[in-house]
Design a protein around this ligand. Structure first.
Ligand SMILES: [Zn+2]
Length: 409
C-alpha cells in the first residue's frame, strides 16, 4: 500500500515538472451584468515564453521596444496593463473565432501590442520622432508598413499590424488639446465626447448641421477638402468655447488608460479583423461604429467604455441611445459618438444576435473606407448583407426598413 502511494506521488511530481505550468496574473475585468470592475487572478493562454508576455498570437511590449515585457518587471502597474491586455485580447480572438465563426484571426501574424507608447504613428517610418507631440489617453490600430527605399539602410524597417495603447495622463478639462494633430489617425478620442455632447445640447440641430455639415450635397473632392478642413477648425473652436461655458457640465480632469478598459481592447482588435475592407488609418463614424458594435457584442453590456476607477473617467457609449439620424453624424468629428453603434444595435434587436452579428460583419464587404456614409452606404450595406446572411431576406429586409425609419432615416 505504502509503495503504491509513494509511486503515485512520484508520478505527480515528475509529470508536473514536465507539464507547461503557466503562471497566474492579476487582471482587471468587469463583473457579469455590471460595469463594476474587479481584479482576478487568471492563467494566460498560449504563452510561448516562460518569463515574458510573448505568446503565440500576441506579444506585449513597452513603447517602441520589440522585446516582450518581462514577468519580473519592477513596475507592477506595467505588469497589470500587460496581463490585462493579453487576457482581453485572448478573449477577443476567441470571440471572433467561435462566436462570429470566422477564420480571420488565423490570417493575422503575431500581433505586437504596444503599451505606454507616446509616439505618433508615421506611415513611412512606423514611429514619428520622439519630440513630436507626445500622445496620451487614446488607443489605435496601425496597418502593416515598410519604410520607403530612400530611407538609409540602417533605418530600413518593416512592421505588421499592431495595436497601440497610449499612457494615461490626467488632463485638466481646460487644457484638453482639441482633436489633436491628426484626428483621422486616432481611433479613440473618447475624452472629447463630453464636450461634443455638451455642445450638442447647447445648440439646436439645424445650427449644428449648418456648422458641421455645410457642404453635404456637394460630394466632390473639393467639397470633401472644405468639409474636412472646416470641420476640424470649427470643432476645435466649439470645443474650446465649451470648455469655458459651464463648469457644471464638464469634469475638472479627464483621463483614460486604454490598456485597462476591456472594451477598448475589444474595439481595437475588431479594427484588425475588419481591416480586410476598412482601412485602419481612417477614423470615420461608420468604421468606429462597426468596431463599437463588436466591442459591445463581446462585452454583453448595455453601456460600453464605462468608467474604470483610477483608470478612466471618459464617457460611456450607450447601445440603446435614442438619438435620431441627423446629417451632422456623417461628420468625422462624430466618429466617437454612439449614434452608429445604436443603429447597429437596433439591427441586432431586429434580427436577433446570431444573424445580426453575421449581417454586420458581412456588411463590411460592401463598404469602402472613404465613401462610407451612414445614411446611404451603411444602411445599404446592411440590407445587401441581409440578402446573403438573413434566414428570409425578403421578410427580414422589410423589418430592417421599419427599424431604419424609426431611427430617422
Ligand atoms: Zn477605433
Amino acid at each position: 500500500m505504502k509503495k503504491i502511494y509513494f509511486g503515485f506521488l512520484t508520478f505527480i511530481i515528475i509529470s508536473s515538472t514536465h507539464a507547461q505550468v503557466s503562471p497566474s496574473f492579476t487582471v482587471l475585468e468587469r463583473k457579469i451584468h455590471s460595469n463594476r470592475t474587479i481584479y482576478r487572478s487568471v492563467q494566460l493562454d498560449d504563452l510561448e515564453s516562460a518569463d515574458s508576455f510573448d505568446g503565440k498570437y500576441f506579444k506585449i511590449v513597452e513603447g517602441k521596444s520589440n522585446e516582450a515585457i518581462k514577468f519580473h518587471e519592477a513596475d507592477s502597474k506595467l505588469i497589470l496593463r500587460a496581463a490585462s491586455a493579453y487576457h482581453h485580447l485572448t478573449i477577443a480572438r476567441n470571440f471572433w473565432l467561435k462566436k462570429i465563426d470566422t477564420i480571420s484571426p488565423m490570417s493575422l501574424e503575431k500581433v505586437i501590442i504596444r503599451v505606454e507608447i507616446k509616439n505618433l504613428y508615421d506611415e513611412q517610418g512606423h514611429f514619428a520622432n520622439d519630440n513630436r507631440t507626445p500622445q496620451f489617453n487614446n488607443a489605435l490600430s496601425i496597418p502593416a508598413g515598410v519604410t520607403p527605399e530612400w530611407v538609409p539602410e540602417d533605418r530600413q524597417h518593416a512592421w505588421n499590424k499592431e495595436i497601440w495603447f497610449r499612457p494615461m495622463k490626467k488632463i485638466e478639462s481646460k487644457d484638453l488639446p482639441g482633436l489633436g494633430p491628426n484626428p483621422l489617425t486616432v481611433s479613440l478620442q473618447a475624452l472629447e465626447q463630453p464636450f461634443i455632447n455638451y455642445t450638442r445640447n447647447r445648440f439646436n440641430q439645424t445650427i449644428m448641421e449648418h456648422i458641421f455639415y455645410p457642404t453635404y450635397s456637394t460630394n466632390t473632392v473639393w467639397g470633401d477638402v472644405i468639409r474636412f478642413a472646416g470641420t476640424i477648425a470649427l470643432t476645435k473652436a466649439v470645443i474650446e468655447a465649451s470648455k469655458h461655458m459651464d463648469n457644471l457640465f464638464v469634469e475638472k480632469y479627464y483621463y483614460l488608460d486604454t490598456a485597462m478598459v476591456p472594451e477598448v481592447i475589444y474595439h481595437e482588435y475588431a479594427h484588425l479583423i475588419l481591416s480586410d475592407y476598412m482601412d485602419m488609418t481612417h477614423s470615420t463614424p461608420v468604421i468606429e461604429g462597426m468596431a463599437d458594435y463588436f466591442a459591445a457584442a463581446l462585452s454583453a453590456k448595455r453601456k460600453v467604455y464605462a468608467k474604470v476607477r483610477g483608470y478612466s473617467n471618459a464617457a460611456a457609449k450607450d447601445t440603446e441611445s435614442k438619438k435620431d439620424y441627423a446629417h451632422w453624424y456623417e461628420s468625422n468629428m462624430t466618429a466617437t459618438a454612439d449614434f452608429v453603434l445604436s443603429v447597429l444595435w437596433d439591427v441586432r434587436e431586429t434580427l436577433g444576435e446570431k444573424v445580426a452579428d453575421q449581417v454586420v460583419y458581412e456588411a463590411r464587404s460592401f463598404l469602402t473606407t472613404r465613401t462610407a456614409t451612414i445614411n446611404h452606404h451603411l444602411i445599404q450595406a446592411i440590407l445587401d448583407a441581409c440578402d446573403r446572411k438573413c434566414e428570409k431576406p425578403r421578410r427580414d429586409k422589410l423589418k430592417l426598413y421599419e427599424t431604419f425609419s424609426l431611427k430617422g432615416f
